[in-house]
Design a protein around this ligand. Structure first.
Ligand SMILES: [Zn+2]
Ligand SMILES: [Zn+2]
Length: 534
């Protein structure tokens, strides 16, 4: 954290009370009227306000360095109302950490800014409810709330790591949290079981947002961040593998799990120091078309239906004058359980456009992104983005190889249940386990375009092209050579169909191509970012 405090606009400098830390005497601020506790920034003592008096109530653990660009005192605006960050609760759950930042608006009202990796949600208290207790709800359960039918998309328990600044209720390090996320179309609510898992939850209504939208200022390391942008450096850093020393690329603040491509060591990043979890000896190496660290420049409109603009508002065209620089930070090989089909997924990150998936399958390339809208069930299929998607396939996948950085804990033994829904050439894949369900939209993209993005030469499969001699009429031998080449192509196609005839992947090389152009394949053409994202 930088020493210089961000300078707030005048209208945010409201102070409701100030106390001396009962433990070290340093000044402790209470800006928000609703704050009941404030953590001394010098000695981490929890100072509790009771009426006119202040008492010390234990010490908070220090928050972990999670490379969040936010810090207490940073400020921005939401719907033209200025706000400042006054407090923070940092949570740890099975797959990593996230922050809840307490924000105070210039009119004295407060809300929360939830930060998970690079995802931001503004949440505020919603209508009270007598919703079921934590144990009675499971992923995919539906319940009515405020005239809408919500579906549970995420269920988890978490522990408070530490607190900073001022907070509206007494929180202590080590305290447990039970939370459920639910969605209805673009609406998002969190059920916070702050009175315990056996009682009704407190409901928070959320709005997805970004630091850009919030016009955030006074961010941590702003100078350093600007400097890297000026020199055109990638926002990707390297971390030396604690097992073998190999520099593994990762994104500061967004990666929670690292897989070393050199020693297959799994590195845990959910604490202050990188720790080796295990070395996956069963993991087989994989030769992939694209490599970790490869970078691509993509014009936003080329992503079309999976562009951020279009996913946030389906009626909006993606801008054709805006490009984003992506870097491959993770690579996975997956198989379909019980089948011999296998495919590669590349996990891409852009500082300006977030996460994107690229899948390389036997029937072509797909570009994909997670939906931030919950599809509606309709008949056997789903309805979302103004279209109807019919259910096409259901299967389980498993990760057989993983290298690089991911924003969830990649698990090499776990299997997720996937369902593909199709509309013409596009596929929405739902991916579900006991903790969550996510929906990802994938659309086909030509190999030429993928190579162009990455600035690579288009590689034609197995055909050696000999230079044709100049100034020579097309003689019989050339005609024979062309005929020969055509024959070789046919032979390769037939051979690949033959040798893979038992596999659905192989069948797709021949048959799938036609289906693919017609936009109607029964094969698995869907996309499955096999992971869990809080
Ligand atoms: Zn103190
Ligand atoms: Zn290593």
């Amino acid at each position: 954290m930088t020493d210089s405090k961000p300078k707030r606009p005048k209208n945010l400098d409201v102070l409701s009370a100030s106390a001396s830390c009962p433990s070290c005497g340093a000044p402790v601020k209470f800006s928000a009227i609703t704050s009941v506790m404030s953590v001394c920034e010098y000695c981490q003592t929890t100072v509790v306000r009771k009426g006119e008096g202040f008492t010390a109530q234990g010490k908070q653990s220090l928050v972990l360095e999670d490379y969040s660009p936010l810090q207490i005192g940073a400020h921005g605006e939401f719907r033209k109302m200025a706000f400042t960050l006054v407090g923070r609760v940092q949570y740890q759950y099975e797959h990593g950490t996230w922050n809840e930042w307490r924000i105070q608006f210039s009119n004295g009202k407060t809300a929360w800014l939830s930060e998970d990796g690079g995802d931001y949600t503004l949440t505020n208290n919603a209508k009270p409810s007598d919703l079921p207790d934590y144990h009675s709800l499971a992923v995919n359960h539906r319940f009515p709330y405020s005239d809408d039918e919500y579906t549970v998309t995420d269920k988890r328990t978490a522990t408070i790591i530490g607190c900073q600044g001022e907070l509206p209720r007494l929180n202590q390090s080590g305290e447990e949290l039970y939370a459920i996320d639910a969605r209805y179309q673009r609406k998002f609510i969190t059920l916070d079981y702050e009175n315990g898992p056996d009682n009704s939850p407190v409901v928070f209504l959320g709005v997805a947002t970004s630091l850009e939208q919030l016009k955030m200022q006074g961010l941590k390391d702003e100078q350093a961040r600007n400097k890297t942008n000026l020199t055109g450096e990638k926002p990707i850093t390297k971390l030396d593998c604690p097992n073998c020393g190999y520099p593994v690329p990762h994104v500061k603040g967004a990666s929670t799990c690292l897989m070393c491509p050199a020693c297959r060591g799994e590195i845990d990043l959910s604490s202050d120091t990188a720790k080796l979890v295990t070395v996956h000896s069963i993991m087989q190496g994989a030769k992939t078309t694209l490599a970790l660290g490869d970078s691509a420049r993509i014009i936003e409109s080329e992503l079309d239906s999976v562009s951020t603009t279009r996913l946030n508002d389906p009626t909006q065209e993606a801008p054709s004058n805006k490009h984003h620089d992506y870097t491959i930070i993770g690579i996975m090989r997956l198989i379909e359980v019980g089948e011999s089909g296998a495919w590669t997924e590349y996990f891409l990150y852009s500082k300006t456009d977030g996460f994107l998936w690229l899948a390389e399958e036997s029937n072509g390339w797909f570009v994909a992104r997670m939906l931030n809208e919950l599809p509606e069930k309709s008949g056997g299929g789903i309805q979302v983005l103004g279209k109807t998607w019919r259910r096409a396939d259901s299967y389980h996948n498993r990760v057989t190889y993983a290298a690089g950085a991911f924003n969830w804990q990649v698990n090499l033994s776990d299997s997720m249940k996937l369902i593909d829904y199709r509309n013409r050439q596009e596929v929405i894949t739902s991916e579900q386990n006991a903790e969550e369900i996510t929906y990802t939209l994938a659309k086909p993209v030509s190999a030429q375009r993928v190579y162009h993005w990455f600035g690579k030469e288009v590689k034609l499969p197995e055909l050696e092209v000999r230079p044709v001699p100049q100034k020579e009429p097309m003689g019989l031998h050339i005609k024979l050579m062309i005929l020969g080449a055509i024959l070789i192509v046919i032979l390769i196609l037939v051979k690949s169909c033959d040798s893979n005839s038992v596999s659905r992947a192989g069948a797709r090389i021949g048959m799938g191509l036609i289906d693919y152009w017609l936009g109607d394949s029964n094969g698995r053409t869907g996309f499955s970012p096999s992971g869990s994202h809080k």
